[in-house]
Design a protein around this ligand. Structure first.
Ligand SMILES: *Cc1c(COP(=O)(O)O)cnc(C)c1O
Length: 421
């Protein structure tokens, strides 16, 4: 009797977007109807096989799907252990897995009959992806971005504006991502009739964590098939970096029921023994809280004020984390590790010189952990690293880190040519 009752209760919690004790939906009353509409449209799309094939065909013609699985032959030889394969999400249009999510939501927006999208962005990558989707679907687009980030991320702001989006610098609070999130919600409350909020990762109120993970699961589905085709087996371990958790959820989603070890790698920044990192699940620096509409582990102080985070990879320095991943940590299904900035730059350089691949600094976190573990595995083992994005965008950070003198001279000359008119 209690068993049945417990199972029913668990199912009910899942319906309401809880994964264990994490997730849920803590939203203002005024947005309840909008969230209900989104949830209904999403559930309907999930049950409609035609929707997923439309999604696959859109991603095939617009974003290079299925993305290849590349055998890293030279790295494999270098480490002399497990055979290393790399899933190439960097080959998506706009350079990362973010395309999977925004294009999927673009299709849902059409189903809901809306014609305007808004988003918030920190590093700017999600802003560019959303502006691209809006251009393709013909939606009006507004991107909220903290004023500090607008200044730091000029190249991405430049592209958003060229793509036809309106970029609004947020001057409230500390003028970074969390302030942009507040502004985006304010906009949504005023304009929900024609506007959809394109959340960028597997976080936020229900159904975003589940819905974003579903769109991203295209990564894991393809990888599972590809790795079996090429190696005749399932991988021993899979590595993905964890910011909000969407590329990890997408990759892991293909293997949750398999005997495959799943490893999520967070931003260790200057080290977990400092406060300059963004590790919520691999360290004990975070605590349970409710913020930004959902319940998860946040990097916060005793008063619930969000702490400052740091990472060499701008896409990983988020204070919260996917409630689904928080649950997977609790059950032990996913192991969490952290990679420091210094380790990341080393793995990045090694991948460039050995394979000619340029992983994003975010993705390079996953490479760090894979490189630590590959030598301890045997040649019968297969590991897969998710290269969530390409590193071209990181040229400023990388050139600074390596103190490239020719790059500095180039920037200086460029600035001079502007000054002289
Ligand atoms: C945004 C981004 C991430 C972090 O986001 P997740 O939601 O954790 O996947 C990771 N890699 C790249 C290349 C990104 O652009």
């Amino acid at each position: 009797m209690t068993d049945v009752k417990e199972m029913e209760e668990a199912r009910e919690m899942e319906e309401r977007g809880y994964f264990g004790e994490f997730g849920g939906s803590y939203i203002p009353e005024i947005l309840v109807a909008t969230f209900d509409e989104l949830l209904a449209t999403y559930r309907e799309a999930r049950l409609d096989p035609g929707f997923w094939s439309e999604y696959e065909s859109l991603m095939g013609s617009y974003s290079c799907r299925p993305t290849p699985l590349t055998f890293a032959e030279n790295l494999t030889r270098h480490f002399g252990g497990a055979r290393i394969y790399i899933k190439r999400e960097d080959l998506n249009h706009t350079g990362a897995h973010k395309a999977n999510n925004v294009m999927g939501q673009g299709l849902l927006v059409r189903r809901m009959g809306k014609n305007r999208v808004i988003a918030e962005t920190g590093a700017g990558q999600h802003g560019v992806a959303t502006a691209t989707m809006a251009a393709k679907f013909g939606y009006r687009c507004t991107i909220y971005m903290g004023e500090v980030d607008v200044e730091r991320q000029r190249p991405n702001v430049f592209w958003m504006e060229r793509l036809g989006a309106e970029v609004i610098p947020v001057t409230e609070g500390t003028r970074i991502l969390k302030d942009a999130i507040n502004e985006a919600f304010r906009d949504w409350v005023t304009n929900m009739d024609d506007t959809h909020y394109v959340l960028g990762t597997a976080c936020g109120p229900h159904p975003f964590p589940e819905m974003v993970s579903w769109f991203q699961s295209i990564i894991g589905k393809e990888t599972r098939q590809q790795v079996r085709e090429v190696t005749g087996r399932l991988p021993t371990r899979i590595y993905a970096c964890v910011g909000g958790g969407s590329n990890a959820m997408g990759m892991f989603g293909g293997f949750l029921d398999d005997d495959v070890e799943l490893v999520g790698v967070e931003a260790g920044g200057l080290g977990l023994d400092t406060s300059a990192h963004a590790s919520r699940l691999a360290s004990d620096a975070s605590s349970l809280g409710v913020a930004q509409g959902y319940k998860t582990y946040f990097l916060q102080d005793e008063d619930g004020q969000m702490r400052e985070t740091h990472s060499v990879a701008a896409g990983l320095d988020y204070v919260g984390v996917s409630p689904i991943l928080a649950h997977h940590r609790e059950t032990g299904r996913v192991r969490f590790e952290a990679a420091t900035d210094a380790e990341v730059l080393e793995a990045f350089s090694l991948t460039l010189s050995k394979e000619g691949l340029i992983p994003a600094l975010e993705s390079s976190h996953a490479f760090v952990q894979a490189f630590k573990e590959a030598p301890k595995l045997s040649q019968d083992d297969v590991i897969v690293i998710n290269q969530s994005g390409r590193g071209d965008k990181d040229i400023f950070t990388v050139a600074d880190a390596f103190e490239d003198p020719k790059w500095k001279a180039f920037i200086r000359d460029k600035a001079k040519s502007y000054e002289s008119g």
